[in-house]
Design a protein around this ligand. Structure first.
Ligand SMILES: [Cu+2]
Length: 148
């Protein structure tokens, strides 16, 4: 029995990729290119088992997922203003991320897990304001172009 349990533990362990990464994304007032109110990376590629850490580098930002713009089974998240927040990747697919105060100015990001774009229409149908919506559409196009 003991041996059986250990085998089970090994099998469960092997479901998590051996090279799980922590991906750090900064919340910025301005990036090196001079774009204002931006995530340091806007198309964020990850795999199941990775952790995406949003870091409150500059003040007056947060990071949160958008309702109905996240893979089924993936836990939604909502970081507080000026605080780091982590997204623990459990599902493949796309997630739209916004900074609530600057969403309409285009402070958004798109997480792509496992190169799975199957919920792209959910993201396009979700309510994302102003320039944020335009950027999300562009990021989905970019992810699609990279796939073909
Ligand atoms: Cu912001």
């Amino acid at each position: 029995m003991r041996k059986l349990l250990m085998t089970a533990a090994l099998l469960i362990g092997s479901a998590v990729p051996a090279f799980a990464e922590t991906i750090e994304i900064q919340l910025l007032n301005e990036n090196e290119a001079g774009d204002r109110m931006v995530f340091s990376q806007e198309l964020i590629r990850a795999e199941v088992g990775d952790v995406i850490r949003f870091i409150a580098t500059d003040r007056s930002h947060n990071a949160q997922s958008v309702k109905d713009a996240i893979p089924e089974g993936q836990e939604a998240f909502r970081g507080r203003m000026n605080q780091d927040v982590e997204y623990i990747v459990t599902e493949t697919g796309l997630t739209a991320v916004v900074c609530q105060p600057h969403e309409s100015m285009g402070m958004v990001a798109l997480i792509v897990v496992g190169d799975d774009l199957s919920n792209a229409q959910d993201i396009l149908d979700a309510r994302i304001r102003g320039a944020g919506n335009d950027k999300i559409v562009a990021l989905i196009e970019e992810a699609r172009a990279a796939q073909s």
